[in-house]
Design a binder for this molecule. Structure first.
Ligand code: DAH
Length: 347
């Protein structure tokens, strides 16, 4: 019976909820075409209606009109729903271009460390890595530290084991320990850099931290001279801080090098006239270096009469501070996105 069909469609339409639709816009349009389109169900029913006996037309006509308004109301309801849920609906459109997802970036210390590795890599230095928990021999004794040297003191070093009659074990206080590890395990020529984390028992402030990073370089071969060291330093300074950079060496002391020096680079921040970072001197202290002490070579079973070498060590945090004018060491470790995001563009 036609009237039953009409009633069935009305019930069907009333039961439809847009929330069930997966692709809202497309399914709403399909609905409209199915019921209200030219060749749709309702037009078809009107065609059938024409052929019905006149006495039924009144009831049928009313029912048909009811069906048509129900369908039209549903279409309006769909429109309102789409408008109201615009954002969610748009999100489910798989063809829509995505928002740009923020991409993570390297930490500025990694960036600077990689840059140092790269600069030395270009002149034949390969990366050596070693343990962060180190024994007294590799940290101090083999590096020619006298038994009473202050660096062995509790105040500077985080000891892991310190027992009478046993070798001390500590978190490494510098990457110079890697020199020893490499020389023990390899014969010259040796040309390595050792980047890594180091630890010192210091109170945390803007200028000191208990964890920081160093890069150590070591070159041991026949006929290595101080001139090789100087040339390497100049090359490094120019690559790292720009072609105009000048270097200056000041005599210094380290137990594992003889002679020892500290290197400064010319400060270009205040246009060469000095700034508050170089404290008006025009020079910035960058690293420690020197010729490997014969005692260190001996401790590693390398004959100092046959071989010589140079070594140098620098702090990565300091390099980054100078390069990017960062004024507080704590920023490196706080993971504050406002700080980290400033280096987004640097790879
Ligand atoms: N180990 C030193 C430090 O932690 C840095 C250093 C100085 C390393 C001179 C060297 C060097 O290789 O020759 O302060």
């Amino acid at each position: 019976m036609l009237i039953d069909d009409i009633q069935k469609y009305i019930d069907e339409i009333r039961a439809i909820q847009m929330a069930q639709f997966k692709d809202k816009a497309a399914e709403a349009e399909n609905f409209r075409i199915k019921y209200l389109g030219k060749k749709g169900i309702i037009n078809d029913l009107f065609e059938q209606f024409k052929a019905m006996p006149n006495e039924q037309k009144k009831t049928l006509g009313q029912a048909l009109n009811m069906l048509k308004t129900t369908a039209q109301n549903k279409v309006e309801e769909f429109k309102a729903f789409v408008e109201e849920h615009q954002d969610e609906i748009a999100d489910s459109d798989l063809t829509r271009p995505t928002d740009f997802a923020p991409v993570g970036s390297r930490h500025v210390l990694s960036v600077v460390m990689n840059e140092i590795i790269d600069i030395f890599g270009r002149i034949g230095f390969t990366v050596a890595e070693s343990v962060e928990v180190e024994d007294d021999w590799h940290l101090f004794s083999a590096l020619n530290f006298p038994p009473d040297h202050p660096a062995r003191d509790m105040q500077d070093t985080f000891f892991v084991e310190k027992e009478e009659g046993k070798q001390d074990v500590a978190l490494r206080t510098h990457t110079s320990s890697v020199q020893v590890r490499v020389m023990e395990a390899n014969r010259p020529p040796i040309r390595i850099i050792a980047p890594g984390r180091v630890f010192r028992n210091e109170a945390i402030s803007a200028r000191a931290h208990c964890i920081f990073h160093q890069v150590e370089a070591l070159y041991v071969d026949k006929h290595v001279t101080f001139a090789d060291l100087k040339q390497t330093l100049l090359y490094f300074a120019k690559e790292m801080f720009g072609e105009q950079t000048q270097i200056r060496l000041r005599p210094s002391y380290f137990p594992f090098t003889e002679p020892s020096a500290e290197m400064d680079i010319s400060c270009s921040i205040g246009g060469g006239k000095g700034c508050n970072i170089c404290k008006g001197t025009g020079w910035l202290e960058i690293l420690g270096c020197g010729m490997v002490d014969p005692n260190v070579l001996k401790a590693c079973n390398i004959d100092p009469n046959e071989y010589t070498g140079f070594a140098l060590g620098m702090g990565v945090e300091r390099m980054a501070m100078l390069k990017y004018q960062i004024r507080d060491l704590r920023l490196y470790f706080e993971n504050d996105l406002r700080f980290l995001r400033q280096f987004d563009a640097i790879i």
